[in-house]
Design a protein around this ligand. Structure first.
Ligand code: MF3
Ligand code: CO
Length: 285
């Protein structure tokens, strides 16, 4: 995937540039990567993504109520599928690039994209990420939470907590007219301070009209500005924080499951955010 293409902010023919246009054109002249106009959502699109986010949050709230020791991850998948379709929506992962289930369930050393299975049971001490993505009337939303099954070790509990803080700190660092690069910088600092590492091979992403749009949202310090953050953009922040090495690999057998190289645990939280003139607004609360 190309990382630095020049999008050129286009003024529709016959229109005078607004102050909003001029601000973006000034950034572009400084050599910054600016979003194409297509990434700036209209009020109608924002409303559609907001409604999608409400269903997505309903799914996660249901899982929070129902998740328990001894449950199979296939049962979680069924709860997600049934709730989503009962609310007139579609689980975005289902059949996405051949993905076979409605949700990702990632336990302990599984970083993300774990596939639910009737043979996999939640055990006391497990930390599990449930990653839910919803399509409602063509609008996409995406969020994930961690759940601790029974009692876990203090170190695993700390990992879950620090990963949650990393999401909040990343969101706080993202300012309208700032840069996407500010997010990963803040996240990596917090993870490192706590003795943890940040996964580099997977990133957050623009979302809303498609499952994965520009920009790529790295969760580590790339030492690049990255794309300008402009009001009207919608993207996820979803840091994956590891207890040991940041290196990961993909399970060869299923082609999806991402696992830490050292098989130490990993934790992730995710929200979909709208950029406003005042900062980020969570669309998946
Ligand atoms: N929800 C994941 C994300 O944040 C995507 C999962 S795609 C799937 O991008 F097909 F694996 F579900
Ligand atoms: Co995502």
């Amino acid at each position: 995937m190309t990382r630095r293409k020049n999008n050129h902010w286009i003024i529709p023919p016959g229109l005078e540039p607004t102050p909003f246009d001029l601000k973006i054109m000034t950034e572009e002249r400084k050599g910054r990567l600016v979003p194409p106009r297509s990434l700036i959502k209209t009020p109608e699109q924002i409303e559609g993504i907001r409604q999608s986010g409400i269903i997505n949050t309903g799914v996660l709230d249901l899982i929070a109520q129902e998740i328990h020791e001894g449950m199979s991850t296939a049962e979680i998948d069924k709860l997600v599928y049934d709730y989503t379709t009962d609310h007139g929506a579609i689980p975005a992962p289902l059949n996405y690039e051949g993905y076979p289930k409605s949700v990702c369930t990632s336990i302990n050393e599984v970083v993300c994209h774990g596939i639910p299975s009737e043979y996999e049971y939640l055990e006391a001490g497990d930390i599990v990420n449930v990653d839910v993505s919803t399509i409602l009337n063509g609008y996409f939303s995406d969020a994930s939470r961690m759940f601790i099954i029974g009692e876990t070790t203090p170190r695993k509990a700390k990992l879950v907590n620090v990963a949650k803080e990393c999401l909040a700190i990343g969101a706080e660092a993202a300012k309208p007219w700032g840069y996407i690069g500010d997010i990963g910088k803040a996240i990596e600092r917090h993870a490192r301070k706590n003795g943890f590492s940040v996964v580099r091979d997977l990133c957050g992403h623009g979302v809303g009209l498609e499952f994965h749009e520009e920009p790529e949202v790295d969760h580590y310090n790339t030492h690049h500005h990255g794309m300008l953050i402009v009001p009207g953009m919608v993207f996820t922040i979803e840091p994956m924080i590891n207890m040991g090495t940041h290196e990961v690999f993909i399970d060869e057998e299923d082609g999806w499951t991402v696992v830490t190289e050292d098989e130490l645990p990993s934790a992730q939280w995710e929200h979909t955010f709208l950029v406003t003139e005042n900062g980020l607004e969570v669309l998946t609360h």
